[in-house]
Design a protein around this ligand. Structure first.
Ligand SMILES: *Cc1c(COP(=O)(O)O)cnc(C)c1O
Ligand SMILES: [Zn+2]
Length: 410
């Protein structure tokens, strides 16, 4: 670990590690529900120390992490597979396409990375209870990491979250409070609960280490891509923390003197959950008024990290695109059948978004492109089964099997 401070992304004030916990006390003062968080804190390392630490040995990811290794929970999070996708590349007419498969995390999504670091921080502080609001994955991730560390998780989720995600978090032993309302309602309620009842709040962007945790996916992409920066990384965007975390990874590598240029980030949102996309396009923020999408993990009315997400897209000279639910479902099937990676709808949106960006011209098919697969398809089988017909059974004899195959021939 390299020494660091927290810096407010809005006013630039900086704080010592234990001087602040969540947002900038100044900038968050006027916060109202229904607005993106203001005064989100970023971790700033001493660039000189970072260079030294990075030069002294092969830069181990924990040089870039703001919690000491001895507080890490014993769950194996991250170090997920990175692989070429030649059949999908051919289908999309891309020349260099890779997949970073974060569905391979213990609870099945990239959210494990953020939960891991926040639970480590709770261990450092000696706090035995962690509170969070989630569309589903952050909560299952928190529940899993808390189970491994022996910490209590109190979770607020919209009652409409996919069942497998609810089953997961309950099985991991979390206290689950289903909320009659949206994710945004659960978010507000969890903040109020933490303020009154205590515990460490893990809400995305609200706790600055959620961004740092998600950053580890970007650090791994760099290393697994043979220490080279891809041209484009495609990231599904809900609250906008993953995309900010990926950007932060490359900013840190730049500060450490390891890389020169940054990858362009392509943020993908669902058609109706498009607040960050419109913010990037117009420079003016407004909520997504009815953010329904089959991609539940990116269904957000008020993205809490809208400001930083916009900055990550603009600073990296990237772009955003929106995709329809129909495009997401087709992309899910294409991804599964061309790569063997079964991704949940939010994660599959990257494939649909890449197609659109190539058509619109913001990505060139000859560039080196990485798709960030953020969550496992089995987390929402109901969504996936919308495009699937399971055949009726046949009697167990060879003639019936032959007949079945003859009938299925187009
Ligand atoms: C949370 C999540 C996202 C979006 O991440 P944000 O940080 O909210 O933008 C995308 N895909 C999956 C599977 C997720 O769980
Ligand atoms: Zn501030």
């Amino acid at each position: 670990m390299t020494p660091f401070r927290y810096r407010c992304t809005l006013c630039g004030l900086s704080f010592a590690r234990d001087e602040v916990r969540y947002l900038c006390p100044e900038c968050s003062r006027g916060h109202r529900t229904g607005r993106p968080l203001e005064g989100v804190l970023e971790v700033v390392f001493d660039a000189k120390e970072l260079c030294t630490a990075a030069n002294n040995r092969a830069p181990d990811e924990d040089v870039f992490l703001p919690v000491e290794r001895r507080f890490f929970p014993p769950l194996a999070v991250g170090q997920t597979p990175f692989m070429g996708a030649p059949r999908l590349a051919k289908e999309l007419k891309c020349s260099r396409l890779h997949i970073k498969n974060d569905a391979a995390n213990p609870s099945g999504s990239l959210k494990d990375r953020a939960s891991f670091l926040v639970v480590a921080e709770a261990q450092r502080l000696g706090i035995g209870k962690i509170v969070a609001a989630s569309t589903g994955n952050a909560a299952s991730a928190l529940a899993a990491v808390c189970a491994s560390a022996g910490v209590q998780a109190v979770i607020f989720v919209p009652a409409s979250a996919p069942r497998p995600k609810l089953v997961q978090m309950i099985l991991y032993g979390a206290t689950v409070v289903p909320v009659e309302g949206s994710y945004d309602d659960a978010f507000a309620l969890s903040l109020e609960f933490t303020a009154e009842e205590g515990g460490l709040n893990r809400n995305t962007a609200y706790h600055p280490l959620t961004i740092e945790g998600k950053k580890t996916a970007g650090l791994e992409i760099f290393r697994q891509n043979r220490d080279t920066v891809p041209d484009v990384i495609v990231v599904p965007v809900g609250d906008g923390v993953i995309i900010s975390g990926i950007h932060k990874a490359f900013l840190d590598l730049q500060a450490a003197g390891i890389i020169e240029r940054l990858p362009r980030l392509l943020g993908v949102q669902a058609e109706r959950s498009d607040a960050i996309h419109r913010f990037v396009q117009s420079g003016t923020y407004s909520d997504a008024l009815s953010p329904y999408t089959i991609a539940d993990s990116i269904s957000v009315r008020t993205p809490s990290n809208a400001y930083l997400a916009r900055r990550a897209v603009l600073d990296s000279k990237g772009a955003t695109v929106i995709v329809t639910d129909q495009e997401i479902l087709s992309a899910q099937r294409l991804l599964a059948s061309m790569t063997g990676v079964f991704a949940e709808p939010a994660a599959s949106a990257t494939v649909a978004g890449l197609c659109k960006a190539i058509t619109e011209g913001s990505v060139d098919a000859r560039e080196s492109i990485v798709l960030l697969v953020t969550g496992h398809g089995l987390k929402d089988v109901d969504a996936a089964s919308k495009g699937v017909t399971i055949p009726s059974p046949v009697p167990p004899d060879i003639e019936s099997a032959r007949q079945f195959l003859r009938d299925r021939r187009p």
